[in-house]
Design a protein around this ligand. Structure first.
Ligand SMILES: [Zn+2]
Length: 83
C-alpha cells in the first residue's frame, strides 16, 4: 500500500519537474487574457482555456532530447525499479 503512495509521489514530482523544465506560458492566453495567469503548456500541448484552441508551437521533443534535458536538470531516466 505504501509503495503505491511512494510511486504516486514520485510521479507527481516527475510531472512537476517536467512541467517546470518544459512548460511555457501559453502565448494566446497572454495575448487575449493578459490579466489571467496563463496556462503552462508543454511542447505540442493544447491550451483549452480559450477558443479556438491554441497549440504550443514548439515541436514535440524526441525521446532523446527529452531524456537529455531532464537529465541535465537532475532527472535521470526514470528509475521506477529499485528492488
Ligand atoms: Zn491559452
Amino acid at each position: 500500500m505504501s509503495e503505491m503512495g511512494e510511486m504516486y509521489r514520485d510521479l507527481k514530482d516527475w510531472q512537476k519537474a517536467r512541467r517546470r523544465i518544459w512548460g511555457e506560458p501559453c502565448a494566446k492566453c497572454r495575448e487575449e487574457q493578459p490579466r489571467r495567469q496563463p496556462t503552462i503548456l508543454e511542447p505540442g500541448r493544447f491550451c483549452k482555456v480559450h477558443r479556438p484552441w491554441h497549440r504550443d508551437p514548439r515541436p514535440h521533443p524526441t525521446e532523446e532530447e527529452f531524456a537529455e534535458r531532464m537529465a541535465a536538470n537532475g532527472w535521470n531516466a526514470h528509475k521506477s525499479e529499485e528492488s
